[in-house]
Design a protein around this ligand. Structure first.
Ligand SMILES: Nc1ncnc2c1ncn2[C@@H]1O[C@H](COP(=O)(O)OP(=O)(O)OP(=O)(O)O)[C@@H](O)[C@H]1O
Ligand SMILES: [Mg+2]
Length: 178
């Protein structure tokens, strides 16, 4: 079974390909409302509305000469399997927002997986892109913002091994405390 963290990696990869310079990743776990929300929001090149339709329904668009990707459809399937849905909002030259919802307690809801590892991988492999990761669990929140960390580091690159290691530990322990 796939993990939600790996879906986030796929969806953020789309944002990177779309030329985003800022990518916001948000996860909300709400036990009371029995809801899980995941968002990936970027300032990349965006998509026209007919493109949004097409990426949401790849199975219905047979006979296209263009290759149809699987990142968004697989997340769409994961949402539906857990009583939720996928929404894509996009504007050309402005950016894209992908929102996935799921029923938190649903038996077929995929586990979160190694979200810390995915965030670390994203910012260390893409030093020129800024990432804001916010995680809300039952009203408690943690926000990691590469722009703030870069300022604190005063010129030391974010992707040096020591920095990566300490950021990984920082994110993991903050998530543990949520
Ligand atoms: N954030 C985004 N900004 C602009 N275009 C996007 C974005 N996300 C998806 N798209 C467009 O939708 C298409 C489908 O995305 P999807 O992730 O489903 O497949 P893919 O990235 O083409 O292939 P795969 O993910 O299987 O490697 C992309 O090729 C891209 O054209
Ligand atoms: Mg993709």
């Amino acid at each position: 079974m796939k993990e939600l963290a790996l879906h986030i990696l796929d969806i953020a990869q789309n944002s990177i390909v779309a030329g985003a310079t800022l990518i916001r990743i948000g996860i909300t776990e709400d036990m009371q409302g029995d809801l899980l929300h995941m968002t990936v929001e970027d300032n990349g090149k965006g998509m026209p509305s007919e493109m949004v339709e097409r990426v949401m329904n790849p199975y219905t668009t047979s006979r296209t000469t263009r290759r149809v990707g699987m990142g968004l459809p697989l997340l769409h399937d994961a949402c539906r399997a857990a009583n939720g849905m996928l929404t894509i909002e996009s504007a050309v030259n402005e950016g894209t927002r992908v929102l996935a919802t799921m029923q938190l307690s649903h038996i077929d809801r995929q586990p979160l997986g190694d979200i810390t590892g995915v965030i670390v991988l994203l910012f260390s492999a893409n030093p020129s892109i800024d990432f804001v990761y916010s995680h809300i669990r039952n009203g408690n929140s943690y926000i990691f913002d590469t722009r703030e960390v870069k300022e604190l580091l005063e010129g030391i690159p974010l992707n040096t091994p020591e920095v990566i290691k300490s950021i990984r530990e920082m994110i993991a322990s903050n998530l543990d405390e949520l």
